[in-house]
Ligand binder design. Structure first.
Ligand code: FES
Length: 298
């Protein structure tokens, strides 16, 4: 029965739509697999960690305010993204809840465009805009009546909301969900356990610097700097105030980086933006990363 449903979904559509579905379905499954088999994607101590990736987008993304909320629950977000990619890919290939899957793919692509691809210039070098358009084309095609036959793109698979009163439809949806979970679990069995340490100068041992820690250190240029480790990963800033060069320090009371000379303050969780003058600019960012058992300056 399932087989005939799948084959019907492919036979009742034009070849152009088949190419689109095949490419998008396989790509989304591969994207899920890529995350499932990445040992660092859900590991907060890794530079590949989803939280670290989201933090990296804050400086340029127009939806940074939203990403900040996601960072608080980064591991959950990582699972959601990974399972959604598998589920959307499987749904597109099997034709189950096809319109909903296309809408999901469109939403993910737009989200990626506004976060990871936003700073890519010129825009056409970022692939997320192209994927957003491909999903939009698929979605529109599913709902567009043929000029000749008056039929919609794939016949019966055009409902945006699946009919959960239909037992067979519910079973198909459960099948897609099960396939997504299976993909994530199988991908996890293929995790690459060998990590190549990044070259850099060790600042502190990872084991001695738990989440929530801060540390003053001397940067490679000889200037004072401050290192942070939060749920989002590790990051560091120059401790030289951008007003007149006094050495700033982190206040656990205000949770800002404060300057003792004229009272400037910076928010370490927002790229060291100035939250109180007279400093004219954020603190300079210093590139750090987790490398093996150490946090290093790159
Ligand atoms: S030197 Fe830091 S506020 Fe003036």
């Amino acid at each position: 029965m399932a087989k005939s449903f799948i084959s019907r979904s492919w036979s009742s559509q034009p070849i152009s739509l088949s190419i689109l579905r095949l490419w998008l379905g396989l790509t989304w499954i591969f994207a899920g697999w890529n995350k499932a088999s990445d040992a660092g994607f859900l590991n907060p101590s890794s530079s590949h960690y989803i939280g670290a990736q989201l933090t990296g987008y804050l400086g340029s993304s127009p939806i940074a305010f939203f990403l900040r909320h996601l960072i608080e629950h980064a591991t959950l977000v990582g699972w959601f993204v990974m399972l959604s990619e598998f589920a959307i890919g499987v749904a597109v290939l099997t034709g189950v809840a096809l319109s909903l899957a296309a809408l999901g793919g469109l939403g993910m692509s737009v989200g990626l465009w506004l976060s990871s691809s936003w700073s890519v210039h010129p825009y056409f070098l970022g692939s997320d805009t192209a994927y957003a358009i491909l999903w939009l084309v698929l979605l529109v095609s599913l709902h567009q009546k043929s000029a000749k036959s008056g039929q919609r793109g794939t016949g019966r698979n055009t409902k945006l909301i699946p009919d959960i009163t239909d037992r067979r439809e519910v079973m198909r949806l459960i099948g897609v969900g099960a396939a997504a979970v299976a993909g994530a679990l199988i991908g996890g069995r293929f995790k690459k356990t060998i990590s190549v340490p990044l070259a850099g100068t060790a600042i502190v041992k990872l084991a001695d610097f738990p989440v929530g820690s801060t540390k003053n250190f001397q940067a490679a240029d000889g200037n004072a700097a401050i290192l942070f480790r939060t749920k989002a990963g590790v990051f560091a800033y120059s401790a030289v105030c951008t007003h007149q060069g006094c050495i700033v320090s982190y206040s656990t009371t205000s949770q800002w980086i404060e300057c003792p000379c004229h009272g400037a303050a910076y928010d370490p969780n927002r790229n060291a933006e100035v939250v109180r003058g007279p400093a004219p600019a954020p603190l300079a960012k210093i590139k750090v990363a987790i490398s093996g058992s150490n946090i290093v300056q790159l």
